[in-house]
Design a protein around this ligand. Structure first.
Ligand SMILES: NC(=O)c1ccc[n+]([C@@H]2O[C@H](COP(=O)([O-])OP(=O)(O)OC[C@H]3O[C@@H](n4cnc5c(N)ncnc54)[C@H](OP(=O)(O)O)[C@@H]3O)[C@@H](O)[C@H]2O)c1
Length: 273
């Protein structure tokens, strides 16, 4: 059973991770991460702006899983990105301190802001210095990648974007596939809203799975990495158990057809934070 995605540099990344946005309480973050690791998750997604890096780090330390077995992602926040390379490196070291670890597995530019063509070099240096095993971006459009890729010595392994059946991102997926950049889907359930969608529930019934599992499996079969967030053990179990069934290609096409280019979060072309 293949549950990892191989990145273009040969590194592995678990195809399902735990999202941690809106878990602001560090004690809850620690408990949630411990539960997820116990359930079998080996991939945790956090960010400075979620305010829970300290709790995530504590959860990892207090779990019975070795740090080397866990794929840990964090992200550099916009203010730090706009402040440029020196501040970005400081921010990364501060994040490692809060996470109580020597390295992260993936460090992301959280939003396309500031002079990313300039500070991407700092991300490359942080990878070369061993502060992170991989570097990537988040919320980058094709236009922005067209801008960034020519200056990269190490190109991003990942672009983490809002992606779900109402925003399938097919052109971006095709563009990134061609350049061997993997996509990670954020708000894959539109923060829960899609789990009540009648058409998805109908497919869930057909496969004897939950709506969440249908969406996660659809992403997995498209090569997209999932990071569903839940603080509940049963839901975490449900969300990671997507490797024992397969959605027919006709049904994958039906899910693709739900696309309305509808976002639940900000548009990377015009955000103001
Ligand atoms: N890069 C970016 O700019 C960016 C932006 C947003 C998010 N993210 C990342 O992406 C992750 C996922 O996105 P998200 O947190 O916005 O939303 P999401 O994963 O689409 O949805 C989370 C919501 O769905 C509920 N839920 C989870 N599994 C469920 C299940 N099996 N059945 C029923 N309800 C379920 C959760 O509730 P409970 O917790 O109560 O179970 C929560 O309310 C974030 O946590 C974060 O790590 C990144």
């Amino acid at each position: 059973m293949k549950t990892d995605v191989t990145l273009y540099n040969g590194n592995l990344m678990p195809a399902v991770g735990l999202g941690t946005f809106r878990i602001e309480d560090n004690d809850l973050a620690a408990e949630t991460v411990k539960t997820a690791l116990d359930v079998g998750y080996r991939h945790i997604d956090t960010a400075y702006i979620y305010g829970n890096e300290e709790g995530v780090g504590r959860g990892i330390k207090e779990s019975s899983v070795a740090r080397e077995e866990i794929f840990l992602t964090t992200k550099i926040w916009n203010e730090d990105l706009r402040a440029g390379s020196a501040r970005i490196k400081e921010a990364c070291k501060e994040a490692l301190k809060r996470l109580d670890t020597d390295y992260v597995d993936l460090l992301l530019v959280h939003w396309p802001t500031g002079d990313y063509k300039e500070y991407w070099k700092a991300f490359e240096e942080m990878q070369n210095e061993g502060l992170t095993r991989n570097i990537g971006v988040s919320n980058f459009t094709m236009r922005m990648l067209d801008d960034l890729l020519p200056v990269c010595e190490i190109k991003p392994v990942i672009n983490q974007v809002e992606l779900h059946p109402m925003l399938t991102q097919k052109p971006l997926l095709k563009y990134c596939d061609k350049r061997e950049i993997a996509l990670t889907a954020w708000s894959g359930f539109m923060v829960g809203e899609l789990l009540k969608n009648g058409q998805i529930l109908k497919l869930a019934e057909k496969y004897g799975k939950s709506a969440a599992q249908i969406i996660l499996r659809w992403n997995y079969q498209n090569g997209v990495i999932n990071i569903p967030k839940s603080v509940h053990r049963e839901r975490m179990e449900e969300n990671i158990n997507i490797f024992d069934f397969s959605i027919d290609s006709d049904d994958l096409t039906i899910i693709d057809s739900f696309d309305q280019n509808k976002r639940s979060g900000p548009n990377p072309e015009n955000f103001d934070f």
